[in-house]
Write a protein of this length. Structure first.
Lengths: 311, 291
């Protein structure tokens, strides 16, 4: 197993690398930069770092204004607040006028230290996905994080990058290249397809290993591009495996499960099981407590798959 | 002196023409925000025909001064001004609110030349103005940024987040003007949500504050002049205005906020604003065709 690195650990360095080459890179923060791990950017480029304080709505508007002057803006704060708190500003000031603003959402889903329900983001994928023209992506690991940030700097338009808090091993191959709208298969299988992203990948892969012991060969897909989604890989998976299970670190309403279901129900109808947070709010606790409480441990995922395949 | 009064006369004339166009456009559309358009006529006339550095031939000139109409619903007045500047054709004005028109009910960036920010969801424009002002500084540009906010809009918390932020960054290239017509949608701001003491509030937030009659082009000109002399802080201009100014049958009422203008009131209002019989008849004819 490779060294465990949190995707956010490479965020600041990647932004610095881009800013050294591109004078148009601007970073905004709503008093979260130590947790976003971008204080190195603040210290390296103070004149290209805007600290708005705890004012996410204002931050989104400022990013939009900077974008009109030709800056590529990375506006960074906790997922819960850039989606829920600043939803209208993201919609009207950024998405409607197609501003070149990349929203960096930290602390995706349940895993927010022990901060609990107010800080967990179980709605952000649904919110961002429903905003016209908004790209929604989440890196699997630090390598994909770097590539997404580099891609974001090249991409002209609004984007939501959802970033997990905790260290994870590398899942994508060393020669991996992120492409918008393209997913990759992390594990081959023909009996069922497990589709996930970000933090739940590790436990989904463990579940797939456990399933293999029961003679169920599960394909595992890293759907890091949640919108636009990779329709081709889903249609192929539906055809070849006949059943899909999504694993969401998000409410089952509006998350990846919904996105996958939309595609297969239109293009290649097969049964889809949505594993995720079942329309309840989160709680304070350790990651392990959280996974147990909300059914995201490998054994929980494994059981969901087995029960689902029994029909 | 004669030259100065000629300038004032011209600006008053543009403001009056703005009100005429607002009435004509809204009459034809069948609905629109007349009150908050009429109250900003002089503010816009002074900005676009005296104060701001713009190139009528190039609305995207990178050194232009920026204007954001944060109270986006007042945009019929802005569209009229754009047609006077030359950013858009006068022929577009009667298309206001049409589904395929660049003149949407709230301004959209990228759709209508001259619009610097999509607004309409209130409270957001000042933040965008801060972004532009910070952008000017980061680029070493000397363009200035003007943002007009509404008084009902000032109930939004984001306005005060922006107020703090502009002051923190000492944005002396940023001027916010409040169209202080003292009405929100459903009543007087004093009843809906009092803003007073408004002057003290903006001073407390670290702004240089100037109070003027928002229908006096001379006072507005002086205020913008004064703003340019202020260093290290943004300027806030309290422009005391009258909602629906010049549209006498609804002037200074909350009812002027969003209106349908009847043919009788079109006749009366355009007459009062000095339109010829021909212009009034043409407007009535256009209304007939549209409805």
């Amino acid at each position: 197993m490779s060294e465990r690195i949190a995707p956010r650990e490479v965020l600041g360095a990647t932004l610095i690398e881009l800013a050294e080459k591109d004078p148009n890179i601007m970073v905004l923060d709503a008093d979260f930069c130590p947790a976003s791990m971008i204080t190195n950017f603040r210290d390296r480029f103070p004149e290209r770092f805007v600290q708005v304080g705890i004012a996410e709505q204002n931050m989104m508007g400022i990013a939009a204004g900077l974008s009109t002057v030709g800056f590529t803006c990375f506006a960074s704060t906790i997922c819960a607040f850039c989606s829920r708190r600043a939803c209208d500003q993201v919609t009207t000031s950024i998405a409607l006028p197609k501003m070149n603003v990349k929203i960096l959402g930290l602390y995706a889903g349940l895993f927010v230290g022990k901060n609990g329900a107010s800080h967990q983001s179980l709605e952000d994928i649904a919110i961002m996905r429903a905003i016209a023209g908004m790209v929604v992506i989440q890196p699997a690991d630090a390598l994909e994080m770097k590539q997404m940030i580099r891609f974001a700097a090249e991409y002209n338009g609004p984007m939501y990058i959802r970033i997990g808090r905790d260290p994870v091993p590398q899942f994508v191959p060393d020669d991996y290249q992120f492409q918008l709208g393209k997913a990759i298969v992390l594990r081959e299988g023909t009996d069922v397809t497990l589709v996930t992203y970000g933090d739940p990948i590790e436990d989904t892969l463990k579940a797939a290993d456990a399933l293999a012991k029961k003679k169920i060969e599960a394909r595992v897909i890293n759907m890091s591009s949640i919108k636009p989604i990779d329709e081709e890989i889903l249609v192929k998976a539906a055809k070849e495996t006949g059943a899909i299970v999504t694993v969401d670190n998000h409410n089952i309403y509006g998350g990846l499960g919904s996105a996958v279901t939309e595609v297969v129900s239109e293009k290649m109808p097969v049964r889809v099981k949505r594993v995720g947070i079942k329309d309840v709010f989160g709680k304070s606790g350790t990651d392990e407590q959280m996974k147990k409480e909300f059914g995201l441990r490998p054994e929980d995922i494994e059981k969901e798959v087995v029960d689902f395949l029994k029909g | 002196m004669a030259e100065v009064s000629e300038k004032y006369r011209k600006l008053d004339e543009i403001a009056n023409r703005t009100r005429i166009n607002v009435v004509k456009m809204i009459a034809k559309s069948g609905t629109g925000h007349a009150g908050g358009s009429a109250s900003i006529a002089e503010i816009l006339a002074v900005l676009y025909f005296h104060e701001m550095r713009i190139d009528p031939k190039n609305p995207k000139w990178e050194d232009r001064d920026r204007f954001v109409l944060s109270k986006g619903h007042g945009c019929p007045a802005l569209y009229s001004i754009f047609s006077e500047v030359g950013y858009i054709s006068k022929d577009l004005l009667p298309t206001l609110h049409n589904i395929d028109s660049p003149l949407q009910m709230h301004p959209e960036y990228g759709l209508c030349p001259g619009i610097e920010m999509s607004t309409g969801a209130l409270g957001q424009g000042l933040s965008a103005g801060i972004g532009m002002a910070l952008g000017a500084r980061a680029r070493g540009k000397d363009f200035r940024v003007y943002v007009t906010i509404g008084c009902g809009e000032s109930n939004e918390g984001q306005v005060w987040e922006a107020a703090m932020c502009a002051s923190k960054y000492e944005l002396d290239n940023l001027v916010a003007i409040i169209d202080y017509n003292k009405f929100a949608l459903c009543g007087r701001t004093a009843d809906v949500m009092p803003l007073e003491p408004l002057y003290d509030k903006w001073v407390a937030f670290g702004w240089h504050v100037i109070e003027v009659n928002g229908h006096s082009v001379a006072q507005l000109i002086n205020a913008f002049e004064e703003a340019k002399t202020i260093k290290g802080k943004p300027t806030f201009i309290i422009a005391h205005t009258v909602k629906g100014r010049g549209i006498s049958y609804i002037e200074d009422t909350w009812r002027s906020h969003s209106v349908t203008i009847s043919p009788e009131n079109v006749k009366r209002t355009l007459g009062e604003l000095g339109c010829s019989k021909q212009e009034i008849d043409d407007t009535l004819e256009q209304m007939k065709e549209a409805h």
